[in-house]
Design a protein around this ligand. Structure first.
Ligand code: NAX
Length: 329
């Protein structure tokens, strides 16, 4: 058995947290030989902290052999202390009538504070994965505060979008889900995201040839994937939770599995025409556990370039809304 790793989770009493924590404690995220200590962070609100207490009781009641400790706190300095993985799920939701700029700014304050504390107290090998929306920009903001941890340690989740795209392609082709490979998400976790179908394969053949319907790929496919979150809210009366938690398990599991190729929002460094300073979804290959290289070799046709330009534009707009919160270059 390995020594336990410390996994900090914000928004731990929220609906994603309720699906996520049990998967982490069961070994789904870090494997069956990796014990974990869960460091659960909630907002300093009585109701949230009481709910967190209930979740911790349920974790105890599962008697997970890999779960070696639970910390419950509203103090980020306690919650992120020595954390090897910081999973930033909690965020301020968009209220009725709230402007996007205000949402970005309110979340900006949260992610600035969390970025600073993580940089100060987390483990030397700390990795950060952001789920709380707007995830790409929140991740960029947290990373902007770090002096000790390099920007590549900060990733945001677009894996739910990749999983959604994979299933839509399989259904359209009448193929088994596992036959669909190399479908990657580019850009923002928002309806502007681009699921780059031109590189996907189904049963080893190009997905474009198997599906043989470019109008569907360019239209309803991209739209269904991009607006899936809204469709789930409309149907369920609440946003995606179990599938989002599952995607975060996949995101981290792939990042600790050398050789895995998967979609992650990372600092773009100018790849694929994204602005160098935005965090954009793109394919990466995990090199060593927790580290990755961006796969830069995919060629983009004119349709793909226009989709990437649109999602890049949105990321730049989000960055502009919070520009006064970022350190001056
Ligand atoms: P909930 O509202 O159920 O839970 C959020 C929790 O975060 C609450 O318990 C709240 O008290 C806590 N919280 C708020 N501010 C905090 C802070 N500063 N520190 C610690 N905890 C804090 O939301 P849930 O459905 O769990 O979703 C969480 C976030 O994930 C939302 O921002 C949501 O938009 C985002 N999502 C991101 C997805 C992605 O693919 N990147 C998909 C699913 C989801 O929509």
């Amino acid at each position: 058995m390995n020594a336990p790793i410390r996994v900090a989770v914000t928004g731990a009493a929220g609906q994603i947290g309720y699906s996520l924590l049990f998967r982490i404690a069961s070994g789904a995220m870090f494997g069956p030989d990796q014990p974990v200590i869960l460091q659960l962070i909630e907002a300093p609100i009585e109701k949230a902290l009481a709910a967190l207490g209930g979740v911790a009781m349920e974790l105890d009641d599962c008697a997970f052999p890999l779960l070696k400790g639970i910390v419950q706190t509203s103090d980020p300095a306690v919650g992120f202390k020595d954390a090897n993985w910081c999973l930033l799920v909690g965020a301020k939701p968009r209220g009725p009538g709230m402007e996007r700029a205000d949402l970005l700014k309110d979340n900006g304050k949260i992610f600035i504070a969390q970025g600073q504390v993580i940089d100060a107290v987390a483990a030397a090998d700390a990795r950060v994965a952001v789920v709380g929306n707007p995830a790409n920009t929140n991740c960029m903001i947290a990373a902007s505060q770090a002096k000790r941890l390099p920007p590549e340690r900060f990733t945001a989740m677009v894996r739910l979008d990749q999983n959604r795209a994979q299933t839509q392609l399989a259904k359209k082709a009448g193929a088994d889900l596992t036959e669909v490979k190399d479908i990657f998400i580019y850009g923002n976790h928002s309806p502007t995201m681009f699921p780059a179908f031109a590189h996907a394969t189904i049963g080893g053949k190009p997905a474009k040839a198997v599906i043989n319907d470019d109008a569907w790929l360019q239209g309803p496919f991209c739209e269904t994937v991009g607006k899936r979150g809204a469709a789930i809210i409309a149907a369920r009366g609440a946003s995606s939770a179990a599938s989002a938690a599952n995607a975060l398990v996949d995101h981290v599991r792939s990042l600790v599995t050398p050789g895995a190729i998967h979609s992650v929002a990372v600092k773009s460094n100018g790849h694929y025409g994204f602005d160098a300073n935005v965090w954009a979804g793109m394919p990466v290959r995990t090199t060593t556990p927790g580290s990755y290289e961006v796969i830069t070799s995919y060629a983009m046709d004119d349709f793909a370039k226009s989709k990437i330009a649109a999602t890049n534009k949105e990321l730049l707009e989000e960055r502009a809304f919070v520009a006064d919160m970022l350190p001056k270059a």
